[in-house]
Design a protein around this ligand. Structure first.
Ligand code: SF4
Length: 412
């Protein structure tokens, strides 16, 4: 039985090196994505790889489906900021060509590349060059024999496909492997990975394949990947979205940061959902703040709260935040009000203070707080409470009405 693990305690695995990036064996969980350009188009592919790396991808995969793609890889590999994986499906020659191009890893699909002698040949070439391989099983392209044997793409069938491939590799003494068993159906994918985690000690590459466009694709991907990461399973991840792959890389990075598996690299904006108390258009202000702050790429958590009654308290864990008062914004650091600014200046003041916070640190900015900010904020808060009352959503009035409507109903 699997030990009970959590996101923080990872399942122990052997470690492989994808170029200079360790995968498994206690290494940080990594983010992957895949280019959508023709690999033969060297400039376009490199531009996308750079964009993916900037968005958080640690490893990028490119298709190697034809000779021109392999030639493109030979030119791309030396200029890539991250290690590259060549995606190979039907032709083992493409795997050999990708190795010649100098890629850091191969991905083979056992459902599409089926001849044992070809698989062994690729594995021994990879072994001799010290290049790892991902066994990339996919429910949609499962080996037909296994599909028949199991009566469909079941978790058992996906795992058996991976183990069969691993067996071919072992026949040539090659174990430098990571494995994926992806499906577009989340419960199937989760179950397959759990079974696989019990069966092998190799690092696992997680993904919900063909998840579709966001937001549904993001939700499916997160449901599958986060469930497994929270069980300690998974060493590298990829969102498969029908979208700009930069969104995949960004989502992967954000998920790992949200689970505490990677350090925050960029902005984390939290915002209240807004309610009857809100004194501003929370959605609009949050969007404006996000755009302005993302440009600065500050590695902090920022809160945008719709009112001063609950805002600063509810967001006291945020590094910095703004809460809307009557035509004013209360700027706070770790829940302590440091400045009160006019409503129109809220976003600009937030950005300015956020930059100072990153440059000078929390203690210094708390020490530089306006002396009168706390008391001004408190009188704003009381005025707002007075004006809107505690029962801003009219709950008590509704309760009274319900009582009047139901007073004659006797239980039983
Ligand atoms: S912070 Fe204020 S406006 Fe936002 S949800 Fe809470 S009570 Fe409502």
């Amino acid at each position: 039985m699997r030990p009970s693990l959590t996101a923080a305690t990872r399942r122990p695995t052997r470690q492989i090196m994808v170029g200079n990036v360790p995968v498994g064996g206690g290494a940080p969980v990594t983010v992957q994505s895949m280019t959508t350009t023709k690999t033969a188009d060297v400039d376009a592919t490199l531009a996308q790889i750079y964009a993916l790396a900037a968005a958080g991808a640690d490893i990028v995969r490119c298709t190697c489906n034809e000779a021109e793609a392999a030639e493109g890889l030979a030119r791309i590999v030396p200029r890539s900021p991250v290690p590259l994986v060549a995606d190979v499906h039907f032709h083992h020659e493409m795997a050999l060509a990708a190795l010649e191009a100098g890629v850091a890893c191969l991905r083979l699909n056992p459902g599409n590349l089926r001849k044992p002698e070809e698989i062994r040949l690729v594995a021994s070439e990879a072994r001799d060059r010290g290049v790892p391989i991902r066994i990339g099983v996919n429910a949609g392209s499962l080996h037909p024999d296994l599909y028949k044997k199991h009566g469909g793409a079941t978790p058992e069938a996906l795992v058996e496909s991976a183990l069969m491939e691993l067996d071919y590799f072992r026949q040539v003494d090659f174990e430098d492997v990571k494995i994926s068993v992806k499906a577009s159906h989340v419960p199937l994918m989760v179950e397959a990975y759990r079974m696989l985690a019990d069966a092998v000690e190799h690092p696992l590459h997680l993904g919900v394949t063909e998840a579709g466009p966001p937001p549904a694709g993001l939700i499916k991907g997160t449901a599958g990947i986060a469930t497994l990461l929270n069980e300690g399973i998974g060493d590298t991840i990829r969102y498969s979205l029908t979208a700009d792959p930069v969104e995949e890389a960004r989502a992967g990075r954000q998920l790992l940061e949200a689970l505490g598996l990677r350090e925050r690299k960029g902005l984390d904006l939290i915002a209240c959902p807004s309610c009857g108390r809100a004194e501003i258009d929370v959605i609009g202000v949050a969007k404006a703040a996000q755009e302005a702050l993302e440009e600065k790429n500050l590695p902090i958590q920022v809160a945008v709260m719709g009112c001063v009654v609950n805002g600063p308290g509810e967001a006291r864990e945020a590094d910095i935040g703004i809460a809307a008062g009557r035509h004013k914004g209360h700027l706070f650091i770790k829940g302590k009000i440091v400045r009160v600014v006019p409503e129109d200046d809220m976003v600009a003041a937030l950005v300015e203070e956020a930059e100072k916070l990153v440059a000078e640190g929390i203690e210094a900015r708390l020490a530089a707080a306006d002396a009168s900010a706390e008391s001004e904020a408190e009188s704003d808060r009381l005025a707002l409470l007075e004006a809107k009352g505690d029962d801003v959503n009219h709950s008590e009035a509704r309760v009274e009405l319900i009582r009047k409507t139901t007073h004659h109903v006797v239980d039983g």
